[in-house]
Design a protein around this ligand. Sequence first.
Ligand SMILES: NC(=O)c1ccc[n+]([C@@H]2O[C@H](COP(=O)([O-])OP(=O)(O)OC[C@H]3O[C@@H](n4cnc5c(N)ncnc54)[C@H](O)[C@@H]3O)[C@@H](O)[C@H]2O)c1
Length: 383
Amino acid sequence: MSRKTLRIALNGVTGRMGYRQHLLRSILELRDQGGIEIADGERVMLEPVLVGRNSAKLAEIAQQHSIEEWSTELDTVLSDDSVDVYFDSQITSAREQGIRAAVAAGKHVYSEKPVAETSAGAMELARLAERAGIRHGVVHDKLFLPGLLKLRRLLDGGFFGQVLSVRGEFGYWVFEGDWQSSQRPSWNYRSEDGGGIVSDMFCHWHYVLENLFGRVESVTARATTHIPRRWDEQGNAYEATADDSAYGIFELADGVIAQINSSWAVRVNRDELVEFQVDGTEGSAVAGLRGCRVQHRSMTPKPVWNPDLPTGERFREQWSQVPDNEEFGNGFKAQWERFLHDVLRDRPHPYDFFAGARGIQLAEAGLRSSSTGQRIRLDNLEQ
Ligand SMILES: NC(=O)c1ccc[n+]([C@@H]2O[C@H](COP(=O)([O-])OP(=O)(O)OC[C@H]3O[C@@H](n4cnc5c(N)ncnc54)[C@H](O)[C@@H]3O)[C@@H](O)[C@H]2O)c1
């Protein structure tokens, strides 16, 4: 693809993710640093086109950030041949329709997760995208976090020996909205609007596990709604119909067992909002969003169980921080750059709609496991 400028239609930029992570931290930063460098001294500029439902909000964002074009007419934007890429960070239930139209219009498509409401819907989008010959990608932002990049480095360097298990803790207290406003949108807590922690977080856990530790073969999960009543953005009480906590066990290829708790009803007693402990035969690590601590086999203490005596060892102090050794940028921006390079070089993006479909398949299987009490094996999704 030879272009001097890539025009990117961004749908959902009035939302939390669309505005902060995708517009501000990614596209505008890339635009303001002179676009994407494709060869020595050769750059492709970026031009955002805002799309949404509320003209006043779009006009305000456009004016604030010197963006020339915005529209409330998705069809008009998609029929514009000068628009190359469509991005969607709308509420999940609105996404499939937007992407379908963009694929039909021949645009390259990048999407927030989950890419569709069901794995069947996501597979359908993936097949349509392949048939249309466009580049397609789904946000895999956690892979680009400094903490997980350090974990990747440890894996690549053989630090762990054989990986045995992974234990993840994700969550924080999301206020109910009565005496303190909630810090997440209310639709997240209504299943009829596409909410729920399983459908939100299992997509993330899927690509983290698949890319770092191996294919996910089965899941056993228990999802529940600990807080059944919440208050929305207007201060009205509503019934929280979606799960707000999920306790999952994931069995991976090569026998690795991963166990991840996800909850919006826990108080944080960790260094970071998500942490993964990886235990291997040669060493262990605890990776968060930014930091990563390790303990090698040679530095492992030998505790003896004796509840009659106070523990003299300060276990948490026996771990060492993995150094940065490089500069880490914003994870969303890093993946945007990668996706746009793939568009410009006409090569597949590794984190595509098929990967998105596998993530949704895991969420569906997790919910099925929770309602049936069974361990669910994941079938290979046919490509
Ligand atoms: N990658 C991540 O870590 C991450 C984190 C949070 C959310 N997300 C995903 O991003 C998407 C957006 O989440 P958010 O937290 O920004 O939500 P949000 O409620 O803040 O934003 C939703 C956006 O969708 C638009 N929209 C379109 N149709 C709508 C409708 N019928 N009702 C309400 N809004 C509608 C809104 O105008 C707004 O721009 C979701 O699909 C979510 O799963 C991803």
